[in-house]
Design a protein around this ligand. Structure first.
Ligand code: URA
Length: 198
């Protein structure tokens, strides 16, 4: 599908377009696309990087080790990916809907081809707050090339939606020293959520 078509899609059309996407080379190596999971009306929307091996197998984002950490972090502030009201049930999506081979970094052309899907997901969810996890999510949402360490700790905007940036949970598994900072980021997102009316 072309970007202009994607921008007018409802959830069903968007899901079908992602499932059948052949816009970049990742369609050749994927097992399946990974659309996203959670509430279509979530107050908090989380954006990750790309599916890994287990996500590619299961068709759901963040089901591996990093996902377990994410679920625990969410639970600690009363949020969940499972059934719940929109103020408790998040929506989780990735910047890329297909797994890059051997989990290599997303390539800028892939990110550009895939971006209309994420944009339409954000438009349809209309979250009160976006939480960007990791460099690729943050840099693509904010069109920035600053590192996470520079972007975190303050509130950015994607159009009119507040964006909080934090470390990727897979990075946190390797770098325990930054877990406290990630906790601060989550608390910042929760505080912004608290303050956002709609
Ligand atoms: N890392 C991500 O960024 N997304 C996933 O879905 C899994 C791991």
């Amino acid at each position: 599908a072309m970007a202009g078509d994607v921008a007018a899609m409802d959830w069903a059309a968007l899901r079908a377009a992602v499932a059948g996407c052949r816009a970049c080379g990742l369609c050749e190596s994927r097992t399946q696309t990974v659309f996203g999971v959670g509430s279509e009306h979530a107050h908090l929307m989380i954006v990750g990087e790309a599916p890994g091996e287990q996500e590619d197998q299961q068709g759901e984002p963040f089901v591996g080790q990093a996902g377990k950490l994410l679920d625990n972090m969410l639970r600690s502030i009363g949020l969940t990916r499972s059934e719940g009201p929109p103020e408790r049930q998040v929506f989780i999506a990735n910047t890329l809907k297909c797994r890059p081979p051997r989990n290599r970094n997303p390539d800028p052309a892939e990110t550009a081809r895939c971006a209309p899907y994420l944009v339409r997901q954000i438009e349809l969810v209309r979250p009160r707050v976006l939480l960007a996890m990791g460099r690729f999510a943050a840099q693509s949402l904010l069109a920035s090339d600053e590192p996470i360490g520079k972007l975190r700790g303050r509130v950015h905007r994607w159009r009119d939606i507040p964006v909080v940036v934090t470390y990727h949970p897979a990075y946190l598994l390797r770098t325990l020293a930054d877990k406290a900072r990630a906790w601060d980021d989550l608390c910042l997102a929760a505080a912004v959520l608290e303050g956002e009316q709609r």
